[in-house]
Design a protein around this ligand. Structure first.
Ligand code: HEC
Ligand code: HEC
Length: 204
C-alpha cells in the first residue's frame, strides 16, 4: 500500500494512491498467480470497497480456479499467511509460497467476512510458487489510460522506439513508428514528470 507524492506541474503537490511499490527491476507489481488463483495488492480503495478493515494486510484474491477453487478459496478473500508465514504484499506472498513450492499441500490463512480462517490446499503435484507480473510495457508516446500515478518509468518499462539510441535497436518486426521528439539537453519539459528524459527522448 503506497501513496505517491510529487510536485505538480501546475504548482503544489499531487498525492495519489498507487498500485504497490517494489517489484522486478524496481517496477511495480500488479498481479500474482498461484494454484489457479489471481491476487493483487490490497490497496486502500480495494479494501474500502470490500469492507476490509485497515488493520488487515495481505493480498486480495480476485479470481479463483483449479486447485484454489477445490480447496474452497473464494474471490474476495485476503490471503494473510501461507503455512504461517505472514503475507503483507505481493513480494512477501511470493516468498511465502516459495517455502511450500515443492510440497503438495499447505495451509492458507485468509481474512473473510470479518474473521480469519485456515484453508488446507492440496494439489495433485507440487504447489509451485507465485508468478508475479508488473505493469505492462508502454510506448514513449503512450497516454496513460489511468489517473496520474507519477513518473511513467517508476512502474512501466518504456518500449524501445526508433530513435531511442540507448535502448534496443528498432528491427523490421517493430511496428512502432511514432517516437518522442529529440530534445536539446536542458530544455524544460512542457509536459508533467513522466520519468527520466532519456527513457523516451534522445538528448541532443
Ligand atoms: C504507479 C505505477 C504507474 C505509473 C507511475 C504509471 N502507470 Fe501506467 N499503468 C500502471 C498499471 C498498474 C497499469 C495496468 C492497468 C491499471 O491497473 O490501471 C497501467 C496501464 C497503462 C497503460 C495501458 C497499457 C496496456 O497495455 O494495457 C498505459 C498506456 C499506461 N499505463 C501509460 C502510462 C503513462 C504514459 C504513464 C506516465 C505518465 C504511466 N502509465 C504511469 C501503473 C502505472
Ligand atoms: C514516458 C516518455 C517521456 C518521458 C520520460 C519524457 N518525455 Fe518529453 N515528451 C514525450 C512525448 C511523447 C512528447 C511529445 C509531445 C507529448 O506527447 O506531450 C514529449 C515532448 C517533449 C518536449 C517538446 C519537444 C518538441 O519538440 O515538441 C520537450 C522539450 C520534452 N518532452 C522534454 C522532456 C524532458 C526535459 C524530460 C525529462 C525531465 C522528458 N521530456 C521526459 C515523452 C516523454
Amino acid at each position: 500500500m503506497q501513496v505517491a507524492q510529487f510536485p505538480s506541474p501546475y504548482g503544489g503537490t499531487n498525492q495519489y494512491v498507487v498500485p504497490v511499490a517494489g517489484g522486478a527491476m524496481g517496477k511495480t507489481w500488479i498481479e500474482a498467480h498461484w494454484i489457479g488463483l489471481e491476487a493483487g495488492p490490497l490497496v486502500p480503495a480495494v479494501a474500502k470497497a470490500n469492507n476490509i478493515p485497515a488493520n488487515v494486510s495481505g493480498v486480495f484474491v480476485d479470481e479463483v480456479t483449479l486447485v484454489a477453487a477445490d480447496a474452497g478459496l473464494l474471490a474476495g478473500d485476503v490471503i494473510t499467511a501461507v503455512n504461517g508465514i505472514q503475507v503483507t504484499d505481493l513480494k512477501s506472498f511470493k516468498n511465502a509460497t516459495k517455502q511450500v513450492a515443492l510440497a503438495n499441500h499447505a495451509q492458507v490463512t485468509v481474512f473473510r467476512r470479518g474473521g480469519t480462517r485456515n484453508i488446507a490446499v492440496t494439489a495433485p503435484d507440487e504447489l509451485g510458487f507465485a508468478q508475479i507480473e508488473g505493469a505492462p510495457m508502454i510506448l514513449a508516446t503512450d497516454r496513460a489510460p489511468h489517473g496520474n500515478y507519477g513518473p511513467c518509468d517508476s512502474c512501466h518499462t518504456i518500449a524501445p522506439g526508433g530513435i531511442n539510441l540507448n535502448q534496443m535497436a528498432k528491427d523490421l518486426g517493430d511496428i512502432l513508428t511514432t517516437t518522442a521528439p529529440n530534445i536539446k539537453k536542458g530544455t524544460p519539459a512542457p509536459h508533467g514528470n513522466r520519468g527520466a528524459c532519456s527513457k523516451c527522448h534522445v538528448l541532443l
